[in-house]
Design a protein around this ligand. Structure first.
Ligand code: ADP
Ligand code: MG
Length: 237
């Protein structure tokens, strides 16, 4: 079933020792079809980041399988996993994780170095993406010269620069005021409209309510998974 970008089955994650294991994910099954835009919500400590890190190939499940576009990535070596991360997944963090010493262009270029894309092609792609996220006028600024919202848009451009099949964001508006948060969400909605597949963790009920699917976690399991019909229902009534 390769039209699922993500298919995980029976995923468990344990920390701690063999004698005193701490079970943080307790058998999670989840499918994310191409073009989906899902919110992951739930109390702090419910396992959202652990799940995102597994989806992002930053971590491996203790048990269970993860298929990314049909390919089992749950048992790959570190080198193979970092390649998957670089080529096929874009990850946006709450705290932006930009490199302070680099300019905006250079930050977005980083994943292209690892992918060995030639310089000319790098610049072409980076500038096109920075234009798409509305930052053409900030190309040679450093992160400290930007607002939080601008930093996060740089991080989104960096996440997209290798044309990933999956865009993940762990509380991308968590460090932003409401205006900047709204700007960043507008960008995610735009990307969804262009057909991107996005999974986004949020604590903000308004942000979650505006997404087509809401996955609610509790205590290491999926408690509810609610998809809305995409038809713009007649308002009023
Ligand atoms: N590296 C780790 N070692 C031990 N426990 C961890 C580790 N990472 C997360 N946890 C625990 O797993 C639980 C879920 O954490 P997390 O996935 O960060 O939740 P959320 O993002 O929903 O707040 C928490 O109880 C947390 O303390
Ligand atoms: Mg978290």
């Amino acid at each position: 079933m390769s039209d699922s970008v993500v298919a995980i089955e029976g995923v468990e994650k344990q920390y701690g020792t063999a004698e005193t294991p701490v079970c943080v994910l307790k058998g999670v099954d989840l499918q994310i079809p191409r073009g989906d835009f899902a919110a992951v919500v739930g109390a702090s400590g419910s396992g959202k980041t652990t799940l995102m890190n597994i989806l992002g190939c930053l971590d491996r499940p203790t048990r269970g399988t993860y298929r990314l576009e049909g390919e089992d990535v749950s048992r790959l070596s570190d080198a193979a996993l970092s390649r998957v991360r670089n080529r096929r997944i874009g990850f946006v963090f709450q705290s932006f994780n930009l490199i302070a010493q680099l300019t905006v262009v250079e930050n977005v270029e980083v994943p292209l170095f690892y992918a060995r894309v030639p310089r000319r092609e790098r610049r072409r792609r980076v500038e096109a993406l920075l234009e798409a996220v509305g930052l053409s006028h900030r190309l040679h600024h450093h992160p400290t010269q930007l607002s939080g919202g601008e930093c996060q848009r740089v991080a989104v451009a960096r996440a997209l620069v290798n044309e990933p099949v999956l865009l993940l964001a762990d509380e991308p508006t968590g460090n932003l005021d409401s205006h900047n948060g709204a700007e960043v969400m507008k960008l995610f909605h735009l990307l969804h409209g262009q057909g991107r597949t996005i999974v986004l963790v949020t604590h903000n009920p308004e942000i979650a309510a505006a997404l087509p699917r809401v996955i609610e976690m509790r205590d290491g399991s999926i408690l509810r998974d609610h998809a809305k019909t995409t038809v713009a229902a007649a308002g009023g009534a």
